[in-house]
Ligand binder design. Structure first.
Ligand code: HEM
Length: 441
């Protein structure tokens, strides 16, 4: 653990305290209030959190973000944001700390290597293709498509197939319907949802037992997790941890990706020139077959569209940490045990670092503009040792989906005015996004 960094001259004074008092993340209007508090332009400020009886320190400074996530990451635990999420996810890789997290991360990371991700290509294409008839029907009849519901359904089917492979049918046959449908059907992420979601662990445990007895290999995350061994001890994951990892991947892989795609379609419907450039790029992809990881990466404009959507509407809109020992951020001494937060939403729209920050402009992610930017001003997948393990997987999935669908249709937004933002665990649209599909040809 590092002591206070002497190279920075730490001020004994406290950073400014916002007039507003609220527990960031615990109130429905947290994002608006956070934006208002940050408007004063301070690099570091405090918001008193009455529920916790303490101040939350908010940094909006790229140098601090780098320090917390990378240079001095060992001095930080994940802190308060996790209490609610732990009820949902148990002690999986998203919520664990210390040695357990390190061991689990080492065992899980190989599941997300580029080569492994690419092997899911045919499955991802299959899930995308399964939605095409639905979209065709809506396009032909001119009825609106509930894009939010479609994105939720798509990303849930992709992550479930990635985890359970063909055994997904086993659940459906045994129970008459997919027990996981509730994840897409229920939008609240409250205690009741957490309780019902945790009930699914029994089914997952049963399937793990069947897999063990069956002994044959198949390509999916569950097999990889069952087969993973700790490098040091050679031990597999304990059963409870394994189940928590499965539950974690379902939640982490589903809603984040669904929100990102939902916002992407919303932004495209409002930006005709970006939509036209996207259509021109994806017109060249082969109509059939499987786009490889490299094919997806070669769709540079498509990926820039997604990155720009993730800049404006990062699903993980606030990241929370807690100091173990004192540290120095923006020249202020931060005591041990302090809740430190920063927001991808704030830093990715900060007028000091982004020109015309509210404007949707995928060119920010192409050529010199991208190369010259301070990387700590763009953190939709976080960074450092705890960065999103599913980044490549989700970028691949999102790119293939956008390429396949934008090749056939553009979307027309059906309502006046902008959609409202709902900043819950993830940044979502409040209510569903309804669009009319217009065939390209
Ligand atoms: C657009 C899609 C996604 C976004 C924006 C996103 C964002 C993030 C962010 C910001 C974190 C860091 C949270 C923190 O440090 O407090 C994170 C962690 C994580 N993500 Fe993602 N994520 C996405 C998709 C996925 C997918 C598809 C998966 C899995 C299939 C996944 C699995 C995870 C896991 C397991 C962690 C915890 C890693 C650790 O603590 O070691 N994510 N994600």
């Amino acid at each position: 653990m590092s002591r206070i960094n002497d190279q920075h001259s730490a001020s004994r004074a406290l950073p400014p305290l916002a007039q507003d008092r609220f527990d960031v993340g615990d109130t429905a209007d947290s994002l608006d209030r956070l934006v208002a508090a940050a408007a004063a332009g301070d690099d570091l400020f405090r918001i008193h959190a009455p529920g916790r009886g303490a101040d939350t320190w908010i940094t909006n400074n790229p140098a601090d973000i780098k320090r917390v996530l990378v240079t001095n990451h060992r001095n930080y635990t994940k802190g308060i944001g996790l209490d609610r999420i732990k009820i949902l996810l148990g002690n999986g890789i998203m919520t664990s700390e210390g040695d357990l997290w390190r061991r689990q991360r080492r065992m899980i990371q190989p599941c997300f290597h580029r080569r492994a991700t690419e092997q899911f290509g045919a499955m991802i294409e299959g899930c995308i293709a399964a939605q095409i008839p639905v979209w065709e029907t809506h396009a032909a009849s001119g009825t609106s498509l509930d894009v939010t519901a479609q994105m939720s359904e798509l990303t849930l089917s992709v992550i479930l197939r990635a985890i359970f492979g063909t055994d997904l049918e086993w659940f459906n046959e045994r129970l008459g319907a997919s027990p996981f449908a509730m994840v897409a059907e229920e939008s609240a992420r409250d205690l009741q949802f957490a309780y019902r979601f945790r009930q699914l662990t029994r089914q997952v445990a049963e399937l793990i037992e069947i897999r063990r007895q069956r002994g044959t290999e198949q390509f999916d995350f569950l097999d990889m997790l069952i087969g993973a061994r700790d490098k040091g001890s050679g031990e597999p994951m304990p059963e409870r941890v394994l189940i928590d990892e499965v539950m974690t991947l379902i939640v982490a892989g589903h809603e984040t990706t669904a929100s990102a795609l939902n916002w992407t379609w919303y932004l495209l419907a409002h930006n005709a020139s970006a939509d036209a450039r996207l259509a021109a790029e994806v017109a060249s992809i082969p109509a059939d077959g499987v786009l490889s990881f490299a094919d997806a990466e070669a769709l540079t404009y498509t990926q820039a569209v997604i990155k720009e959507a993730l800049r404006l509407y990062p699903p993980g809109w606030v990241l929370t940490r807690r100091t173990l020992e004192a540290d120095v951020l923006s020249g202020f001494e931060v005591p041990a045990g302090t809740d430190v937060m920063f927001s991808p939403y704030l830093i990715q729209r900060h007028p000091r670092y982004w020109q015309d920050p509210e404007r949707f402009d995928p060119d920010r992610f192409l050529g010199a503009a991208a190369a010259e930017r301070d990387p700590w001003t763009y953190i939709p997948f976080a960074a450092g040792p705890r960065h999103c393990v599913g980044e490549n997987f989700s970028m691949y999935e999102m790119t293939v989906h956008l390429a396949r669908m934008a090749r056939r249709w553009r979307m027309e937004y059906l309502f006046e005015g902008p959609l409202e933002i709902e900043a819950a665990i993830n940044l979502r649209t409040r209510g569903s996004l309804h669009m009319r599909l217009i065939p390209r040809h």
